[in-house]
Design a protein. Structure first.
Length: 216
């Protein structure tokens, strides 16, 4: 995977990041009440509750993409914003933002299968994890669906990167999606265009990326 590493000195350094595993987290909130709220959100669309939290789903590494457009079947699908950790030798090395695009209809039947059906979109830009580690909880995630804010919360609502890596038992090089934040109004939204963002108010910077969906 080719990535531009954006540092605080203003430089963009191109790197090739090899990885063996792509893992998606679910129900990974720090606050138990928020985890239960997300369980309720999914329950409203017929998704059964997990047997453990957090939950991890390994999917094909080929699903990771920086494409601006992905193909979908019908309307029963949506993205959701998450922080994404690029793990090197079992430790967090880079951070960016991503969308775990999921088939919501299939999710009612088999969550793991639903995760495997659609690409997982990230921008081709990341920050060194060491530049945000000391103020991690200040970072903010946001998702806009068709230009309307649908999700917005600090990463403090999710387990820290090191905790997720440990719980997932990841070693070597991997890409880990954090699991998502609550939806505004508790309603999962679908649309034609998704804009995801991770912002760092302390250092005054952000990584934002748009992608659209097209019917196959």
């Amino acid at each position: 995977m080719d990535v531009l590493v954006s540092s605080t000195d203003g430089e963009f350094i191109p790197i090739r990041f090899p990885f063996e595993r792509l893992v998606l987290s679910g129900w990974s909130g720090r606050d138990r009440s928020e985890v239960l709220a997300h369980v309720e959100e999914l329950g409203r669309i017929g998704v059964p509750p997990p047997d453990e939290v957090p939950k991890f789903f390994g999917v094909g590494p080929n699903l990771l993409t920086t494409s601006r457009s992905i193909g979908v079947l019908g309307d029963g699908n949506s993205g959701e914003v998450e922080y994404v950790i690029l793990i090197e030798d079992g430790s967090p090395r880079y951070v960016t933002v991503g969308s775990d695009h999921t088939d919501r209809e299939v999710e009612r039947i088999d969550i793991h299968l639903s995760k495997q059906l659609y690409p997982k979109v990230i921008p081709p830009v990341a920050w060194p994890y060491g530049e945000v580690e000391d103020h991690w909880d200040d970072l903010i995630l946001e998702l806009r669906v068709d230009r309307r804010v649908a999700q917005r919360s600090g990463v403090r609502s999710l387990l820290r990167a090191e905790d997720l890596i440990e719980k997932a038992g990841l070693r070597g090089n991997a890409v880990l999606f954090s699991g998502s934040i609550p939806w505004i109004g508790g309603r999962i939204r679908s649309g034609g265009e998704y804009r995801m963002e991770i912002s760092d108010p302390l250092l005054g910077r952000r990584i934002a990326y748009r992608y659209s969906v097209r019917r196959i």
